[in-house]
Design a protein around this ligand. Structure first.
Ligand SMILES: O=C([C@H](O)CO)[C@H](O)[C@H](O)COP(=O)(O)O
Length: 209
């Protein structure tokens, strides 16, 4: 069954905890966003994992170098999943896979900016099994979700598909056709006047399919 990952971006620490408190019954994974980690460091990942031991915690580290060190930072802080950019060196990705295995946790590769499916194939050969097809926040006004985005992963099997970037209730019919393992939703929930209502709508939209 598809999991819902709440992305906490561009928020104060207080707001992050307030929104998780309001939405926890509708979400499965809690993502501490890159900017939030830059603001508060690993301590907010640690606090989130201590406060919500029954949720999967994703540290959106968006690592691009020093993979071993950053993966350890994330898992030591209690994350179950850490992220790396697909353009990172293969060595970085291999190191992070080793660390993830040591901790019994997972590595998610962010495909932001990747247009060549050969890179996805290569990453799959390295052992990556979780791919995030991601329309970045700065691109969202120019790019619309469509079937073409999934050409990147159409030719591989045995992996978890994650989708992210400007996802709202209206996009779910299109995205759920791809049977993603994880749907990441940030602004549509965190920017809503009532985050619980928005999270409930996303949950209903996801479970409908
Ligand atoms: O990874 C993200 C982005 O690069 C900002 O750091 C977001 O977590 C992801 O895009 C989901 O957020 P929304 O696009 O606001 O749904």
């Amino acid at each position: 069954m598809t999991k819902i990952q709440l992305a906490l971006d561009r928020l104060t620490k207080e707001k992050c905890f307030e929104i998780v408190e309001q939405t926890e019954s509708y979400i499965d994974f809690i993502e501490v966003g890159t900017g939030v980690i830059k603001e508060y460091g690993m301590s907010i990942v640690r606090e989130m994992s201590e406060r919500y031991p029954n949720k999967k915690i994703v540290a959106d580290m968006k690592t691009c170098d020093a993979g071993k060190h950053e993966a350890k930072q994330a898992f030591e802080a209690g994350a179950h999943i850490t992220t790396v950019m697909a353009f990172a060196n293969n060595q970085t990705i291999e190191d992070m896979l080793v660390v993830a295995n040591q901790y019994g946790q997972q590595l998610m590769v962010d495909l932001l900016g990747v247009t060549d499916y050969a890179r996805v194939e290569e990453l799959h050969r390295l052992g990556v099994r979780m791919f995030n097809i991601h329309i970045g926040i700065d691109l969202q006004k120019d790019v619309e979700w469509g079937a073409q985005h999934f050409q990147l992963t159409n030719h591989i099997s045995d992996f978890q598909l994650v989708v992210s970037g400007g996802i709202n209730r209206d996009l779910l019919p299109l995205l759920m056709k791809q049977q993603p393992s994880v749907v990441i939703v940030g602004s549509a929930i965190t920017g809503h006047e009532n985050p619980a209502v928005a999270a409930k709508e996303i949950q209903e939209g996801v479970t409908q399919f």
